[in-house]
Design a protein around this ligand. Structure first.
Ligand code: NAD
Length: 339
């Protein structure tokens, strides 16, 4: 059995971490034909857009894609390619499993959280305008019952399929009474269909404090888009940073996998950053393809290499300037050897 997968290397550190991911997947023996597609600032001159239609077409055709991070300019310039891919393909669920890995320096052990972030609306609808240029601007936050119920159902189905016992809805319904009120009511309605799974809700500010103090009290978190973005980075911080956390953008029968981290431009081309998040995103992709055994082998190999703590990148060493840290590709080779 072979699979055709759209591969978007991205920019910044994207090409390095996706190259590492690709090598590890190939080493499992699963045969993948990579349809490499370029997107981001570098293709604007050629196609007039950072996200050419043929890139989306490739993912639509293959139903599966994996990407490296793509840089988004701040305070102007083109809209996020990452957000545009999620919206164009209706990849409505952003899934970010966040587990402690033995050997990764972090404040806690045994953290096991799953962030389910709504991926298509909220402030990421991208509706912004100047009310008085230079003086006042406005962004519109869209929340719909349809999208809220859909993401809630995804969270509960995930919980059911993966033996998780608690889903927490995260919101700011005391202040955003209409939008987050609707989000919360929608999740509550879906929760009633899953009586075997416990359900509660938290205000997002309180949740952040509680996650920092008592992360073990939480299990699956379901959030609107912006809170999901912020809280998933917080959760990455609880288990050792952005270098290790994988992600998936999932729609109906179609998915694009990507690490949670961004393009970290200051490290571009240095063969320095951690490939784990991209490699674990590749493992999530293999699970989606039905290659659970290969995915498990990758996860075990990653865990083994990190637990040994020898052939790992700088961020997994006790001190960040440890001269024994290896590069991106060398860590990938250690993972391949451990397979
Ligand atoms: P970032 O995740 O790129 O980097 C923040 C810091 O995290 C880095 O400086 C580095 O210290 C650490 N880090 C990130 N990835 C790492 C890795 N693999 N190994 C070790 N350390 C790692 O976040 P940022 O600086 O806020 O964003 C940079 C660019 O990335 C922006 O243009 C942003 O829009 C974009 N971005 C893209 C995506 C995506 O493609 N989905 C996601 C987030 C940010």
């Amino acid at each position: 059995m072979s699979y055709t997968v759209t591969l978007i290397p991205g920019d910044g550190i994207g090409p390095e971490v996706t190259a590492a991911m690709r090598r590890v997947i190939e080493a499992t023996g699963v045969v993948v034909e990579w349809e490499v597609q370029e997107a981001g600032a570098a293709v604007i001159a050629r196609y007039g857009t950072p996200l050419p239609e043929h890139v989306l077409e490739s993912i639509r055709r293959n139903k599966v894609g994996i990407k490296g991070p793509i840089t988004t300019p701040v305070g102007g310039g083109f809209r996020s390619v990452n957000v545009a891919i999620r919206k164009a393909l209706d990849l409505y669920a952003n899934l970010r499993p966040t587990q402690s890995i033995p050997g990764v320096p972090s404040r806690y052990e045994g953290v096991d959280l799953v962030v389910v972030r709504e991926n298509t609306e909220c402030l990421y609808a991208g509706i912004e305008h100047d009310v008085i240029p230079g003086e006042a601007s406005e962004a519109i936050r869209i929340i719909t019952r349809r999208a809220s119920e859909r993401i809630a159902r995804f969270a509960f189905e995930y919980a059911r399929a993966n033996g998780r016992s608690l889903v927490t809805a995260v919101h700011k319904g005391n202040i955003l009474k209409l939008t987050d009120g609707l989000f919360l009511r929608s999740v509550q309605k879906v929760a009633a269909e899953y009586p075997e799974i416990a359900f509660n809700d938290r205000l997002v500010d309180n949740l952040c404090m509680q996650l920092v103090q008592r992360p073990h009290e939480y299990d699956v978190l379901v959030l609107p888009n912006l809170f999901g973005d912020i809280v998933s980075d917080l959760c990455s911080g609880l288990v050792g940073g952005l270098g290790v956390t994988p992600g998936a953008n999932i729609g109906d029968g179609i998915a694009v996998f990507e690490p949670v981290h961004g393009s970290a431009p200051k490290y571009t081309g240095q063969n320095k950053v951690n490939p784990t998040a991209a490699i674990r995103s590749g493992a999530l992709m293999l699970r989606f393809l039905g290659e659970g055994q290969a995915a498990e082998r990758i996860e075990n190999a990653v865990t083994h290499v990190i637990a040994e703590g020898v052939r790992v990148t700088y961020d997994l060493k006790a001190t960040r300037d440890d001269p024994s840290a290896v590069g991106t590709q060398e860590m990938a080779e250690a993972i391949i050897a451990a397979l």
